[in-house]
Design a protein around this ligand. Structure first.
Ligand SMILES: Cc1cc2nc3c(=O)[nH]c(=O)nc-3n(C[C@H](O)[C@H](O)[C@H](O)COP(=O)(O)OP(=O)(O)OC[C@H]3O[C@@H](n4cnc5c(N)ncnc54)[C@H](O)[C@@H]3O)c2cc1C
Length: 419
């Protein structure tokens, strides 16, 4: 490893915090700038908490464009694109359409599987070191299907995962009930991925933040970059309202807000915000032990201690548009179709959380150094997999910042691939 460096990270979601964690493991000094206060909310907190080697297919896949158009007109559908007069949205949409093909899936799937499996190992290591401070459960994920047709589609997806070396099994309704006797289901079948895991994202963020504070990371809360001072080679300093930070390296991990920073620095990193919602029911009528996805409804159901979190909806939307209650009722209404012991009333007065997933047009994250800058990197655009890929993203960043080979071919994740 080269000498240690001062690393300035912008963004205190799971990606920024994991980047800080692995940077200090290598002896670097870290300053972290976060727009919110210590108690701030972000997409990294209320999400479904799934670690998903099973997710080998990126969002941009064949069939998604047609699905998006069909769903767009339904008020409470799980997927929608909110029409807006926006050149960025228009360009993003075109790039999404271009990426949603079989060749892209075939190229991306092995990398997504490798990254997710490596990240899973990092979670195991972190859980071991912390006395499982964030409730990691290695029990797999069940894809619950209401329709026979969906069982067939999910079995075909499972075949892709199996070819990549993942374990996946199609189950009858009876086999599903035997696997998780804690929950009544009304389904046509399921696919079980035993290597997936779940955890409490809120506790994971809390664990990372406390650990980093203890290890001497300088947190700049309620702070944003005001001006990037550059010379011909790279960034010389980052000015905020109160400070001027002179780092050896700068990492942008600002989730859905990252394309704004890219624009300020003179290049494009296209991201649209994909709003999702979650409802966490304390003392639910039934508490499954295995997390699941209600496939047609695209709702994740995750046990977290004695509570059960339901999360879903992908609403491509502006950064400042308000939450849409119709989408939340779509989630609530779908649950009893799969889990008949739950009734809509079980969700009365349950607080609704929403977060903005940072979505790239090809469904792959942006991880790497920015060409033309000697000391600037981006780590963002993880869409539906930011929690799952958080630790491996941090580990890859720490290798890059230490001028070492990260051990993965990152060409598909090149941050300037759409410029
Ligand atoms: C309903 C739902 C369910 C999900 N379920 C899962 C799941 O089960 N598994 C999974 O892997 N992923 C899941 N995700 C996706 C996951 O939550 C995201 O991919 C992940 O949180 C993105 O992390 P991030 O750090 O990139 O962004 P964020 O969490 O959004 O963090 C970015 C941070 O940057 C800060 N920031 C922004 N601009 C600035 C600025 N100018 N200066 C300083 N700070 C700034 C923000 O305040 C924020 O704290 C889910 C998402 C949703 C909405």
């Amino acid at each position: 490893m080269q000498g240690t460096k001062h690393i300035v990270i912008v963004g205190g979601g799971v990606i920024g915090l994991c980047s800080a964690y692995y940077a200090i493991q290598r002896g670097h000094r870290v300053s972290l700038i976060e727009a919110g206060p210590p108690s701030h909310d972000s997409c990294s907190l209320g999400n479904a908490g799934l670690v998903v080697p099973s997710h080998v297919i990126p969002l941009a896949a064949p069939g998604m464009v047609g699905y998006g158009f069909r769903m767009m007109w339904k008020r409470n559908s799980p997927f929608s694109i909110q029409p807006r007069l926006s050149r960025d949205l228009f360009r993003w949409g075109l790039q999404f359409i271009r990426s949603a093909n079989q060749k892209h899936v075939e190229r991306s799937a092995p990398l997504l599987k490798e990254l997710n499996m490596a990240s899973r190992s990092c979670f195991e290591e972190l859980a071991g070191q912390s006395g499982n401070a964030f409730g990691l459960e290695k029990k797999g994920v069940l894809m619950l299907c209401k329709k026979e047709e969906t069982v067939r589609e999910e079995t075909a997806t499972a075949a892709i995962a199996q070819r990549l070396g993942l374990e996946a099994t199609t189950l009858t309704p009876e086999e599903t009930r035997r696997l998780d006797p804690h929950v009544d289901t009304d389904i046509a079948g399921a696919v079980y991925y035993p290597s997936d895991c779940h955890l409490s994202p809120n506790r994971f963020i809390q664990f990372l933040t406390r650990f980093l504070e203890k290890e001497g990371v300088e947190f700049y809360w309620s702070t944003s970059p005001k001006r990037w001072i550059q010379d011909s080679g790279g960034i010389v300093a980052l000015q905020t309202n109160d400070a001027s930070l002179e780092g050896d390296e700068y990492v942008v991990a600002t989730g859905s807000w990252s394309s704004r920073i890219a624009r300020e620095l003179g290049f494009r990193v296209p991201i649209q915000a994909g709003r999702g919602y979650s409802l966490t029911v304390e003392s639910p009528v039934q508490l499954p032990s295995i997390s699941s996805l209600l496939m047609e409804a695209r709702v994740a159901v995750t046990p977290m201690g004695s509570s059960l979190r339901f999360g879903g909806t992908m609403e491509i939307t502006g950064l400042n548009s308000p939450p849409n209650p119709a989408r939340v009722s779509g989630i609530v209404q779908s649950v009893p179709n799969y889990l008949p012991r739950f009734k809509n009333q079980n969700f009365d007065s349950v607080p609704v959380w929403s977060g903005l997933r940072p979505c790239s047009p090809d469904g792959l994250p942006y991880i790497g150094r920015i060409e033309g800058f000697s000391n600037l990197s981006f780590a963002t655009g993880h869409a539906m997999m930011g929690l799952s890929l958080g630790p491996i993203t941090g580990k890859i960043m720490s290798s890059l910042l230490s001028d070492e080979d990260p051990g993965f071919d990152l060409s598909l994740l090149e941050p300037l691939r759409f410029n």
